[in-house]
Ligand binder design. Structure first.
Ligand code: CU
Length: 292
């Protein structure tokens, strides 16, 4: 285990945390919307109405794999719907700006939509059925641990642009956008999910109503994309969650990875990775939820 992973583990255990990241701005059609600022809004009396969902999280914490069947995985810790919605035409783009991210928090970037069947401001999150609209994982495996969707996000000034499928029926949707950090994912309960939700009002003349599933059914702690050692010369990476909705959406952002010549045996006996220069900032999970 590298120093950085030890640091992450220890800091997480004693409960200190340095901010990781959250969506602090959403840009749609030349209009900017504020995100839910976890470092500012919790406990404040006059939090502005937002298209972003609020959370009880104040630490940019993650949802641990053991809670992937609990409601915090839906839209983060004790999330509540935003009062507003950002208007976007089907086929349009939504650009999400993360406050910050860490290079060593490598992993996939995944986006889902769920119809609210009415207003999203009062929706019951446990009833939301999400379909996956975009996914990107390991983009290049040449040099372990590889180039990841999270690297692409950071290279784009901590932004990710989601293409809204052009064929979906107009209406209100929750966009669930997520980074899953895999730097500790080689051990049980090590993958870190950072889900974020915003309300969208999709306009246009589409008719598709893709079938979705509850977010609590997306992932299992032992999925190959969740329990995975990204430092072990990964040749391919299986992005977790349900199948991608392949309606008339914009071009996928994920890139197929061409396997390198490394044999599985060589891969498992050689660790060709470097310890990151700086230890990652403290990783902290949101409080455990009791099963229900
Ligand atoms: Cu972390």
């Amino acid at each position: 285990m590298s120093l950085s992973k030890v640091a992450c583990l220890i800091i997480g255990t004693v409960g200190l945390a340095v901010a990781h990241g959250h969506i602090d701005r959403i840009d749609i059609d030349g209009r900017s919307y504020g995100g839910f600022l976890v470092d500012k809004y919790p406990g404040q009396p006059n939090v502005p109405e937002l298209i972003a969902w609020s959370t009880a999280d104040t630490q940019d914490a993650y949802v641990q794999t053991f809670d992937y069947n609990q409601s915090n995985i839906i839209c983060h810790q004790d999330a509540k719907p935003g009062a507003l919605a950002g208007e976007v035409a089907a086929g349009g783009k939504v650009t999400l700006h993360w406050s910050r991210w860490f290079e060593d928090h490598r992993g996939p970037v995944i986006s889902y939509l769920a119809s609210c069947n009415g207003s999203c401001a009062s929706v019951n999150k446990t009833k939301l059925e999400f379909f996956k609209v975009e996914e990107a994982g390991l983009l290049d495996n040449k040099k372990s641990p590889g180039r990841w969707a999270s690297d692409e996000l950071m290279a784009a000034n901590n932004t990710w642009t989601v293409n809204i499928p052009s064929d979906i029926a107009p209406g209100n949707y929750v966009l669930r956008h997520e980074i899953i950090a895999l730097h500790n994912a080689m051990r049980d309960n090590g993958a870190q999910a950072y889900p974020q939700c915003i309300n969208l009002k999709v306009t246009g003349g589409g008719t598709a109503t893709p079938k979705g599933i509850p977010a609590t059914q997306f992932y299992k702690p032992t999925d190959p994309g969740i329990l995975v050692d990204i430092f072990n010369n990964l040749r391919t990476y299986v992005i977790p969650g349900p199948a991608l909705y392949n309606g008339r959406s914009a071009a996928p952002t994920s890139t197929a990875v061409t396997p390198t010549g490394a044999s599985p045996t060589a891969a498992s006996s050689t660790r060709a990775w470097a310890i990151p220069a700086a230890a990652p900032q403290g990783c902290r999970s949101v409080p455990d939820q009791s099963p229900r």
